[in-house]
Design a protein around this ligand. Structure first.
Ligand code: GTP
Ligand code: ZN
Length: 323
């Protein structure tokens, strides 16, 4: 009879196809496979796992995925797939160049809003002044949105990651990363690797260890978990260890699980005016007495809802209605 090993707790720090790399409390990592066909764990998941019976290698089996605080999806034309869980905030990294897609940014912010977590925007390459000024201007609608305490809802941090200081707001960024688990996203070329290597000197070693554990030999191309070095110099561990989840490429966030009539709830600038509509189930597209359309069209309130934001709303609504 084979001896079954005890159930252990772990954290998924990488997933690759159906394998996961699970980190135990002592920091050791091993490949685990999900039991059954459906229970796919994603990076950030807390799991219960069991070591493989003696003689069957160093691998393990994921027996259960513990309840999640939140879950993020990416989507392409064909399907929606979960890719990260249990996150405290999202950092969308953009740059003066290449020119960013406001659609991708808005999707990420909607996903964060819907899961009830904070989002911050980093704008890198302050040293390219003209392009930086244009990008800053394109973020105007985001810079003015406020939360319930009249604080910026989406702080926009000015960065110059390839400089000694890191940029005007680099210290503010570091402060916001403390004790939080941050999913970092951004299109190619914005300086994501520069940021990760700056924050986590041993990032490349951590990635190499994962690749080795997965026996893939190549660079990992899926979302990866990195622990941030402890900021406390007195050696006292922070109550919640800060981590960065690096997600390669800019994931198109999946929004298909959102009900069309709920969409404005996650777009606060639109939502702020929706209460004034004549019909409580107004879609803000064609109805008479629609306060949202009135604000968008009225020159006097110009800027209360940026035209580009309303266009994004129309686009996302059509997508959700057409599913
Ligand atoms: N001018 C300027 N260039 C920067 C700055 N930070 C990074 N870069 C450059 O931007 C380019 C992209 O940086 P990466 O860190 O490789 O960006 P990435 O987002 O990881 O891009 P991918 O590897 O394509 O995903 C590189 O040529 C960097 O040297 C900055 O503060 N100013
Ligand atoms: Zn309306």
């Amino acid at each position: 009879m084979t001896q079954t090993h005890a159930l252990l707790h772990g954290l998924v720090v990488n997933s690759h196809g159906r394998h996961c790399v699970v980190e135990s409390d002592d920091g050791s990592r091993r490949i685990c496979h999900p039991r059954g066909k459906k229970s796919q764990a994603v990076v950030g998941d807390r799991v219960q796992w069991r070591a493989a019976p003696a003689g069957q290698g160093e691998e393990g089996t994921i027996e259960a995925v513990l309840p999640r605080d939140n879950l993020f999806y990416r989507q392409d034309e064909v399907r929606t797939k979960a890719f990260a869980a249990n996150i405290d905030q999202i950092l969308v990294l953009l740059a003066a160049e290449p020119v960013f897609s406001e659609g991708q940014l808005a999707r990420a912010l909607i996903a964060a809003q819907e899961q009830g977590i904070a989002a911050i925007i980093g704008l890198n390459k302050e040293d390219v002044p003209d392009a930086f000024a244009q990008a800053w201007q394109r973020l105007a609608a985001y810079r003015v949105m406020q939360d319930g305490e009249s604080q910026p809802l989406y702080p926009v941090l000015r960065l110059q990651l390839e400089s000694a200081s890191g940029g005007t707001d680099f210290a503010a960024l570091q402060a916001r990363l403390q004790q939080r688990r941050t999913l970092v996203l951004g299109p190619s070329g914005v300086g994501k690797s520069t940021l990760i290597n700056r924050l986590i000197p041993e990032a490349q070693a951590q990635t190499a260890a994962i690749s080795q554990a997965l026996n893939s030999g190549r660079h990992t191309t899926t979302t990866t978990w990195y622990w941030l070095p402890d900021a406390n110099e007195d050696g006292v561990a922070a109550p919640r260890r800060a981590a960065i989840l690096d997600s390669p490429g800019f994931q198109e966030f999946g929004l298909r699980h959102i009900q069309p009539q709920q969409l404005t709830r996650w777009m606060p600038d639109i939502h702020a005016h929706a209460q004034g509509c004549r019909f409580h189930n107004c879609t803000h597209i064609h109805e008479p007495g629609c306060a949202v359309q009135a604000v968008v069209q009225d020159e006097a309130t110009h800027g209360a809802i940026a035209r580009s934001r309303y266009q994004l709303y129309q686009r996302f609504l059509a997508e959700l209605q057409g599913r």
